[in-house]
Write a protein that binds this ligand. Structure first.
Ligand code: NAD
Ligand code: UDP
Length: 330
């Protein structure tokens, strides 16, 4: 098979947690990158290092609107969508439109450009799974009228759109079902579990455990995820199915809380809060397909990944304190 060579990338949602790491990777690998983002759940802080690079450009844009004219790309990454449950539930209609109308706008752009599109789908398409661990062949168990449905059903519809464009020969797509990912650049105010617990532990505040903490998740360090995303995107053979990307190490949330507290050297107490509606009980990726197809598996263990994340949160906190002090003296 002839290998295509790609040189320009458009990253929708590129200012966010995962998207900014992807932009860093693409620039380091020699691509020209346009980041398209509405800054709904991010700030320009994540892009500070990239803005100095002449191969990087930023366009503020909401993907539910048609893409601005004049953009070019041969790889299109669609990561635009709030991923934190409290944030994607703030404006559920906009969340759903982001995944459905936004993905369609990016697919139209990819079709016009003859580009390949990566869709950041999610383990949430499995809902509260009745099959464990979750293989790609599992159709899922989503409550269509849940407060989570704007995200889950939006992402399911986006997958449908991607494979309809592919079947109709309109665009080449790669769809990853991403499981919980963590690392530096999660915002302290994001509301997801790792960022909440790390910021609480280092501030000496109570660590919020929802429910009894027996629900499980499987956490993947962001660098491992980016490696998987790139392997999937550059895989040459057409793929008519999604691929799970995640770390199969599964732990109850209360054990993650205990690990974070220990690694942060914190003595914060745990405080138990009500479990959010339809919070999935168990989640673990079956990555047999990713291992076989992409020769991919996560390399960074939870202890190492959490240590790096805690270090980063501490650094940001110190910079904020120093910045704050400097401001006050002016
Ligand atoms: P994030 O909230 O940090 O980043 C999302 C980015 O998309 C933000 O910069 C936000 O401003 C932007 N955005 C949101 N709506 C937009 C819109 N309508 N138009 C333009 N930009 C918009 O989240 P993340 O963790 O970096 O997630 C990135 C992608 O990966 C999302 O699509 C998410 O669904 C998917 N995903 C992430 C995880 C995870 O654990 N991080 C798991 C599964 C799937
Ligand atoms: N959670 C928690 N404390 C928090 C935030 C989240 O116990 O401060 C729980 C949440 O109820 C869920 C898990 O941690 O069971 C993962 O939550 P997150 O919002 O990070 O992602 P989800 O996998 O639910 O989309």
């Amino acid at each position: 098979m002839k290998t295509r060579s790609f040189r320009t990338a458009l990253v929708a949602g590129g200012a966010g947690f995962v998207g900014s790491h992807l932009c860093d990777h693409l620039i380091a690998a020699g691509y020209r990158v346009t980041c398209l983002d509405s800054l709904l759940t991010s700030t320009m802080d994540n892009l500070r290092g990239l803005l100095r690079d002449s191969r990087f450009s930023f366009v503020e844009h909401d993907v539910i609107n048609p893409l601005p004219r004049g953009l070019t790309a041969d790889l299109v990454f669609n990561l635009a969508c709030a991923a934190s449950p409290p944030l994607y539930q703030l404006d559920p209609v906009h969340t759903m439109m982001t995944s459905v109308v936004g993905t369609n706008n990016l697919l139209i752009f990819a079709a016009e450009q003859g580009a390949r599109l990566f869709q950041a789908s999610t383990s949430e398409v499995y809902g509260n799974p009745t099959v464990h661990p979750q293989p790609e062949s599992y159709f899922g168990n989503v409550n269509t009228v849940s407060p989570r449905a704007c995200y889950d059903e939006g992402k399911r519809a986006a997958e449908t759109l991607c494979f309809d464009y592919l079947r109709q020969g309109m665009a080449d797509v790669r769809v990853a079902r991403i499981f919980n990912t963590y690392g530096p650049r999660l915002r302290a105010s994001d509301g997801r579990v790792v960022s909440n617990m790390v910021s609480q532990a280092i501030a000496g505040e109570a660590i919020t455990v929802y429910g009894d903490g027996a629900q499980t998740r499987s956490f993947c360090y962001v660098d491992d995820l980016i490696d998987g995303v790139m392997r999937l995107m550059l895989h040459e053979a057409p793929l008519m199915h999604p691929v799970n990307l995640g770390n199969p190490t599964e732990l109850p949330i209360v054990e993650i809380a205990a690990m974070i507290r220990t690694l942060a050297g914190s003595s914060s107490p745990f405080v138990f809060r009500p479990l959010p509606v339809d919070d999935p009980c168990r989640r673990q990726p079956d990555i047999t397909l990713a291992r076989a197809l992409l020769q991919w598996q996560p390399r960074i263990g939870l202890t190492q990944g959490l240590e790096r994340t805690i270090d980063w949160f501490r650094e940001v906190q110190e910079q904020t304190v120093v910045g704050g002090a400097a401001e006050r003296t002016v």
